[in-house]
Structure formats: C-alpha cells, structure tokens
Design a protein around this ligand. Structure first.
Ligand code: SER
Length: 336
C-alpha cells in the first residue's frame, strides 16, 4: 500500500480517512463525486479528483494518473435512504463494486469496500452475532453489502484480487452531518443537542446496537489493509466490535456535559424495524485472531452497564462538535 485513492471522500468515513492516511505518510487522492464539496482540509491537504464510481473509464484514468495501488471505496447509500432509493443503492453497492473489482483485477489493485452490520437479519443470532452466521438482510442496503462481500471473495478466489473488508457497526463521528443510516441517530443526537438541547429519538428506548467511534473505524480499515495476507483466512468480511448502547445511554452521557439535555421518543417504524433486525453486539474474535484487531475505545466488551470509558469519549465528541459550531450552523438547513 503506497498510493491510495479514497472514493467517497466527502462522506462520513472518507472525510476522516483521507487525513488519517496522509498523516501516516500515504500519498492519498481524495475523490468525491462532485455533488458534496470536499472539506477544505481535504482539498488543501493533497491531491483530489472527481470520480463517479460507475464511470469505469474515468476511474481508470485517475488510477493510472496517480499510479494508485490501493482503493478505499467508501461510497454507499445507507440503510434508511436505500429503502427509498433501492436502485441507486444497488447501482452504487453492487454495480459500483463489481466495476471496481474488474479494475482491480486488471490493474492489480488492493481494494477495501466496507461491509456492515446491515448484512445480518432477523434470523441471525443477535447477542453476540458470530463471525460466520446467517446473512439474510431485509434491507436493500444489506442486500448490496452481502453481494459486495460475496463478489469481493469471488474476485479474490478466482482472480487473486486483494479485496478485504470489515463489517462496520454504527459509526459515531462529528465531521460530517448524519447521512441517512439507521445508526445515524447516534450522530444526529449530538448535532441536535448542540443546536436545540433536546432530541426526539427515532429508535425506541432499549434499542441496543453495536457502535464504534470513528478513530477505531479508521484504524480497522487501515490495519486490515496493512495486515499480512498469509495470516488471513476470512477476507470479506470481518466482524469488528467496540461497544453497544441504546439511545438512553447516549443521552445519559450527553447529560454529563449538558445537564438540561432532553431525550424524547418519536419512533420511526422503518428505522425501528431495521434496527430490530440487526445485532445487539458483534463477536469479533476472528478479527482479533487473524489481524490483531482491538478497539481502543470500548465499554469493556459488550457490557451494557459499563459505559464509563465510552462516556469519556462521548464527551470529547461533544466538545469537538461544540468547537465546530460555526460550521454546524452553516449546515443546519441540511439537517432539517
Ligand atoms: N450505519 C449504517 C446504517 O445505519 C449501517 O452500517 O445504515
């Protein structure tokens, strides 16, 4: 891994992955679709490109121009949006991925396309969800992620393409606004806390989901791509866990910094149905064994009661957002 292209650089993961890769010394091209502008940090910190994942020729030109050897493909339509735009979700999640794998086969590229807890469904054991288990999702997002996993393993087995991935839990971050996922309440709640001092949760009390802070998510992607392939048996895709919590747990942690914060519930049946079909917690023993995965910010292995460490991080998260208040206000219309 030397010259990297990050597709979806304007998104939740991409906007933080690019600076982290550059910080680690990798030549990293930040590629957005052109619809959402890249942050100044991204465009001023190194090369950028406009790339449409479905435009194979354009993608090839960018790969050749920058002598790219590794692609992190962070483009996706998340679970809730995917239910209203199923064909777009399919195009990006399946046609986009197979196009990328074809290019990888031709150009000998390594590829990381994240998978998700969205691959699981109601028949999957939920607490904890094993590495190798039933993957019968009920969302279009989940279907594209299962297809992405299978295609990635197929290209690896058949053509030797170096494709690897992790199944991300809900990701907590504050650089970009929430992006239409079921777990995004855990991002939205901070934005609303800062703006209004209260939040109406679309998920019911007690809806526990696996979650992870962005710093761990970035490390998972980079460490897996840096891992010695000869140690890996699973490639697409690894469960990676950090902690699990429900809306009231985040509210409690926000209240420690903002005592007047109010949490109410306006349950959205679509989101609630999706959340109930997903794991409560992930068993990530396989990732720990095969490439030494270890979350740094966790609540002590799936323990619901002990959110002490997580809360400390949540407070840091909230401070980060508060320090970014001008940008937050500029984005308020987007959030409405
Ligand atoms: N965060 C995603 C979603 O909620 C799941 O991977 O759609």
């Amino acid at each position: 891994m030397k010259n990297i292209l990050v597709i979806g650089a304007a998104g939740q993961i991409g906007s933080e992955l690019v600076p982290e890769l550059r910080r680690r010394g990798y030549m990293t091209v930040a590629a957005g679709s052109g619809r959402t502008p890249l942050t100044a940090a991204l465009s001023e910190g190194g090369p950028t490109a406009v790339v449409n994942l479905l435009d194979a020729d354009g993608l090839r030109r960018t790969v050749e121009h920058y002598a790219i050897d590794t692609i992190f493909n962070m483009a996706a339509i998340l679970s809730a949006v995917g239910e209203s735009k199923p064909m777009t979700a399919w195009n990006i999640g399946v046609n986009g991925v197979i196009g990328l794998l074809e290019l990888a086969r031709d150009k000998n590229l390594s590829v990381f396309t994240p998978s998700s807890i969205g691959v699981f469904g109601p028949e999957t054991p939920h607490d904890p969800t094993p590495q190798d288990t039933v993957c019968r999702p009920r969302t279009m997002y989940g279907i594209t992620k299962v297809a992405g996993e299978l295609l990635s393993d197929y290209y690896r087995a058949k053509y030797g393409v170096d494709a690897r991935s992790v199944r991300y839990p809900g990701l907590i971050s504050h650089v970009t606004p929430p992006g239409g996922g079921t777990t995004d309440y855990a991002v939205d709640i901070y934005w609303k806390a800062v703006e209004h001092g209260r939040y109406a949760s679309p998920l019911a009390e007690g809806t526990r989901l696996p979650m992870m802070f962005m710093a761990d998510a970035l490390r998972a992607a980079i460490e897996l791509m840096e891992a010695d392939a000869s140690r890996l048996r699973h490639f697409n895709s690894f469960n990676v866990g950090a902690m699990s919590f429900a809306p009231e747990d985040v509210a409690a942690s926000i209240r420690r910094r903002m005592p007047g914060f109010e949490l109410t519930y306006e349950v959205n049946p679509l989101l609630q149905g999706i959340a109930e079909s997903w794991p409560d917690a992930l068993d990530d023993t396989t990732a720990r064994e095969e490439w030494d995965w270890k979350p740094r910010r966790n609540d002590g292995r799936h323990a619901r009661g002990d959110l002490r460490k997580a809360r400390r991080k949540v407070r840091a998260q909230l401070s980060g957002l508060m320090n970014r208040k001008p940008a937050f206000i500029a984005n308020a219309g987007f959030l409405a």
